[in-house]
Design a protein around this ligand. Structure first.
Ligand code: ADP
Length: 423
């Protein structure tokens, strides 16, 4: 078995999938794990992405979890480590980007690393150390109102410096624009000045790809998913290695479980039903009244699976969601629906569903947990940010194809396109 060359630690689940998707498109075979697996791990992969949920937990906990992931990745023999965070640099004044970076550097004996959140495809660019979201500086974007990690300063050198005792500097756009050798020269200059972490300017995919070779000798990279575009080539892989995205043949019947109430998902559910697709609506108020909606949904689905795909959804328009939340409370309504949909997903898989699409980030987390999945092999992309994955589950003896779609991803025909992709 070949050793994986790249070990990634992601601070949330959908961010991990986004990174994995980029690496697969660059020609790497990728397995994503849900936390650090506690069972044997014998997967053929060029890169492993460990998905943590450490973005907003206490810094000491985030450090401990990240170091645990690092130790496990090093046991697998990885040559380079990648700490993945959000492209809007989501962090509190106390961390966790700075403290986790510090701890990983110390553990790896690494004297220099980069901080590069840029993701131009999603409008996240960095210029003179300042992060832009579209055409707005970070602190003037919607991020200033984020409920957990409000960002009030776009100057990332200053933001990161407040989170670490190591000196923070900048690989400026003038160097970046001149390519990998100029970036290497700038790194040498910064190191001579005692800088240990450098924010990297980047305004386009072309720059991220061109800079890639400059990262080859760094034991640790910290970034959003953008720089992943320039990495596979450092390991001799490239986007034409389509075999990287290959999954086992799809089998079993098809289903969709949708708990996202985003504009995009509402459109996708409507479009599926309008095209004559079979759908079962889950009502949170019935759940709260103790009605066994899970059994009803499974009884409804069973005779329809052979003609599949079937859709079980709690997806609703904002007014209906608000009404349920006012009656039940926001958290209680969310948890009730997530648990019900996760039980439906598990029931459907037990009934022979082998190709399952889940819509909604939190809903996906609940389904993965209910299906007791601890790792996913990442396959072909359905829509930007959403690949098909393949997983083992004690409820799916022949394995399971899974697509986990976070709320706003995908066009209106996403459900149809997803299954087309496996046909
Ligand atoms: P997204 O990726 O769009 O944010 P999530 O699954 O992360 O989707 O979040 C959607 C949340 O809304 C979940 O907690 C889900 O249980 C909840 N939810 C789904 N349908 C309803 C509904 N009809 N009423 C109230 N809450 C709902």
């Amino acid at each position: 078995m070949n050793k994986p060359v790249l070990g990634c630690i992601a601070d949330d689940f959908t961010g991990a999938t986004d990174l994995a998707n980029h690496l697969v498109r660059g020609g790497m075979r990728v397995v994503q794990t849900v936390g650090v697996p506690d069972s044997a791990f014998e997967e053929e992969a060029d890169a492993i992405v460990v998905a943590l949920k450490s973005r907003t937990i206490a810094p000491a906990q985030a450090v401990a979890q990240s170091l645990h992931a690092l130790a496990w990745l090093r046991e697998r023999g990885v040559a380079q480590v990648y700490f993945k965070y959000c492209s809007t640099f989501d962090s509190t004044p106390a961390g966790n980007i700075g403290p986790v970076t510090d701890a990983l550097m110390t553990a790896l004996g690494c004297g220099f690393t980069i901080a590069c959140p840029a993701f131009p495809d999603n409008g996240r660019t960095v210029f003179q150390g300042h992060l832009f979201v579209g055409d707005a500086l970070l602190h003037e974007s919607g991020m200033r109102h984020h409920p957990l990690t409000p960002m009030s300063d776009a100057n990332l050198v200053r933001v990161l410096q407040a989170q670490t005792t190591r000196r923070v500097g900048l690989i400026d756009h003038a160097s970046v624009a001149r390519g990998a050798q100029a970036v290497r020269d700038r790194i040498a200059q910064l190191r001579a000045q005692g800088v240990e972490i450098a924010v990297v300017d980047a305004t386009s995919n072309a720059e991220l790809v061109a800079m890639g070779p400059a990262w080859a000798d760094l034991p640790l990279l910290t970034a959003g998913s953008g720089i992943a575009m320039g990495l596979p080539r450092n390991f001799g892989m490239h986007e034409r290695s389509a075999a990287a995205a290959q999954l086992p043949a799809a089998q079993g019947s098809r289903a969709i479980v949708s708990g996202s109430c985003s504009v995009a998902t509402n459109g996708q559910v409507r479009s599926f039903l309008d095209a004559g697709g079979a759908g079962f609506a889950v009502d949170p108020l019935q759940l709260a009244n103790g009605v066994d909606v899970v059994t009803q949904a499974l009884d409804w689905a069973r005779p329809r699976l052979a003609q599949g795909p079937v859709l079980v959804y709690a997806t609703a328009e904002p007014a209906a969601v608000k009404a349920a939340q006012q009656k039940l409370g926001v958290d209680a309504a969310g948890a009730l629906v997530e648990q019900a949909l996760a039980a439906v997903a598990r029931g459907l898989v037990r009934e022979g569903v082998g190709q399952l699409v889940v819509a909604g980030g939190e809903t996906s987390g609940a389904c993965v947990q209910a299906l007791r999945i601890d790792r996913l092999r990442i396959g072909p992309q359905i829509a930007p940010g959403v690949p098909w994955c393949h997983a083992s589950s004690p409820f799916a003896p022949r394995g399971l194809h899974l697509a986990l779609k976070s709320g706003n991803f995908g066009g209106s025909a996403f459900f149809h396109e997803a299954f087309e992709c496996l046909a």
